[in-house]
Write a protein that binds this ligand. Structure first.
Ligand SMILES: Cc1cc2nc3c(=O)[nH]c(=O)nc-3n(C[C@H](O)[C@H](O)[C@H](O)COP(=O)(O)O)c2cc1C
Length: 270
């Protein structure tokens, strides 16, 4: 999609601005539900710092997250503004006050569980699943404490698309993969509208897989296009997708090397 008429743009904008997460009236007083439903990715943070106890409480919710066989296949590389600046030579992206690089980590457990068979794809999947759940726990905890956040996989070379770069920067052993960085801070202004989410009846089905309706999918994508344009008047959604496309080829090669060969000790394939 490269162009959008003004009436379509306005119609989509109205849909985006008026869309609200649905809470059944019987559950309207459930605070956790509201916290989860009203969470937004925030990309502009205020100048004031975050107290240590707040940050530590957020980390603690990552520590106790659920994981396959309780293997806790994650590590968190944590930063203040100063330590981020020291390592990366620039401030935390988006004026964030703290950052957590979420790492999938099957390396640590292997120190005491030698029986673990070398099955790279299973290991990688396991690590990604568990570490992502820990990340989401921390994301929701932050929100509950009045701290805003965004997870980054691309912005500021902070996620799996820059896995090789981060592996070097963080001196990661084989079996440890960067997934995303959670940037935390207090929101600079109010929360923006919810970006377009697909309706429940397009993502749920009973039993066998059911294709989504093409008309609804097209409408959603058109709203995504509008939402991006509204927030980035001097860029386009297509340009952003192109940027991702250009990074994906390299990221695929880097990840294949890291997941399939390095963990196998096969240096000849690097
Ligand atoms: C794993 C992951 C990586 C993300 N990477 C980026 C990123 O690099 N840059 C960015 O601006 N937003 C990033 N986001 C935020 C998404 O764009 C955001 O979650 C999505 O647009 C939905 O908005 P919401 O979180 O407000 O519901 C990422 C989100 C996730 C879960």
């Amino acid at each position: 999609m490269t162009k959008q008429t003004l009436p379509t743009f306005i119609k989509n904008l109205v849909k985006i601005i008026t869309a609200r997460p649905q809470v059944p009236p019987s559950l309207d007083n459930n605070q956790l539900l509201h916290t989860i439903l009203n969470r937004r990715s925030i990309r502009h943070f205020a100048d004031h710092e975050m107290p240590d106890d707040v940050f530590n409480a957020i980390l603690e919710t990552g520590r106790v997250a659920p994981s396959t066989v309780n293997l806790q296949t994650w590590s968190f590389s944590i930063f203040t503004g100063e330590t981020w600046q020291e390592l990366f030579g620039q401030p935390i992206p988006l004026n964030g006050k703290r950052a957590i690089i979420i790492l999938s980590d099957t390396h640590r457990g292997k120190q005491v569980m030698q029986f673990f068979p070398h099955k790279p794809l299973v290991e990688y999947t396991l690590g990604v699943i568990n570490a992502s759940l820990a990340a989401m726990n921390m994301n929701i905890a932050a929100e509950a404490l009045g701290v805003a956040s965004v997870m980054l996989s691309e912005t500021g070379r902070s996620g799996f698309l820059d896995a090789k770069y981060l592996k070097e920067k963080l001196s990661l052993p084989d079996g440890v993969f960067p997934l995303m960085t959670i940037i935390l801070g207090y929101p600079k202004s109010g929360y923006r509208a919810m970006p377009p989410k697909l309706p429940l009846d397009q993502i749920c089905f009973t039993g066998k897989y059911r294709e989504a309706e093409l008309g609804i999918l097209n409408d959603w994508f058109s709203q995504m296009f509008t939402g991006y344009k509204a927030e980035h008047p001097f860029s386009t959604f297509d340009a952003q997708l192109e940027l991702y496309r250009s990074k994906i080829d390299q990221a695929e090669k880097d990840l294949q090397t890291m997941v399939f060969y390095e963990a196998n000790g096969d240096a000849s394939l690097r």
